[in-house]
Design a protein around this ligand. Structure first.
Ligand SMILES: [Zn+2]
Length: 291
């Protein structure tokens, strides 16, 4: 559920280069015979844009498509990764941050991305095997979930980081409950203007079990907050005031920011919810008194 800058460039040229890089002339001929159709399909992909699940599968089964699948060279993978890294670096630079050390999976926001996922699966859409807008760099967990559950079909259950731009819409919300412990839960808002995106986001959220994953990740952030409160409390030697706690939480909120992650990052939602939780200060003070 993270938006990423979409690949740009002349992908038809890229396809031509891939053909030219093949030494076997029969193989090259097979690919050349597909050239016109493939380029038309690239145009179709762009036209469907936000409705990629409606792109028709190729009905013919051609040996050329098998040739296409094996056209996917390691050189292409490396150049795609470089392109993605540089697009993300640009995004970071514009926002005034240092470049990211690693790319997070846009499907789950949690694990480090390690594999290229074919958004429209290559088993059904071999014509998009080499097409950069169809290639998403994701983590191994999400990649195997997609393979197992076929999450990109109608109705779609996977948001495309390139085509479903959610960077300006708040879809994710966090709810904080304070009793003997702090408990959190996440959900997709009901009052989202863009209903089409919200429906996909809801299915995405459920299919990738994001509530469980975000709750698990929140544990260490809550532990950080309690540690920081205890430390500050031992320094000031009196109960912390609400403005002081707000300042502490705002520091975390600023660190996450929305410029790079958008408003739908679990950590941003968590700190936002904590900043509005009136029972939090009492809980922290009580906990400190009983340490
Ligand atoms: Zn993932």
């Amino acid at each position: 559920m993270l938006s990423q800058p979409a690949p740009t460039g002349n992908f038809s040229d890229q396809f031509d280069n891939a053909i030219e890089s093949k030494r076997d002339s029969d193989f090259r001929q097979s690919l050349q015979s597909l050239e016109k159709e493939i380029k038309l399909r690239y145009g179709e992909y762009e036209n469907f844009n936000r409705h990629l699940e409606l792109v028709k599968e190729i009905t013919r089964s051609l040996p050329e498509f098998e040739a296409l699948a094996s056209c996917y060279t390691s050189t292409l993978k490396v150049s795609l990764l470089k392109d993605l890294q540089s697009r993300l670096d640009d995004k970071f630079r514009i926002a005034g941050y240092e470049k990211p050390k690693s790319i997070r999976c846009p499907y789950c926001q949690i694990h480090i991305a390690r594999r290229w996922d074919h958004f429209l699966p290559s088993s059904k859409y071999p014509d998009f095997f080499l097409y950069p807008p169809n290639l998403i760099y994701v983590c191994e967990v999400c990649n195997s979930d997609i393979k197992k559950n076929g999450l990109v079909c109608h109705p779609r259950s996977t948001l495309s980081p390139y085509h479903d731009d959610i960077s300006a819409v708040s879809l994710l919300q966090c709810d904080v409950q304070v009793a003997d412990e702090i408990s959190v839960s996440f959900s997709i808002c009901d009052d989202v203007v863009d209903g089409y995106i919200a429906q996909i986001a809801r299915r995405h959220f459920d299919s990738y079990r994001l509530n469980d994953k975000f709750i698990a990740e929140s544990g260490s952030k809550l532990a950080d907050l309690m540690r920081e409160h205890s430390f500050a409390r031992s320094i000031i030697g009196r109960p912390m005031t609400q403005p002081e706690l707000t300042e502490l939480i705002t520091g975390h909120l600023d660190q996450v920011g929305t410029t790079l992650t958008g408003p739908n990052h679990w950590e941003y939602s968590l700190w936002t919810a904590l900043s509005g939780c009136v029972a939090l200060l009492g809980f922290l003070e009580n906990r400190y008194a009983n340490l």
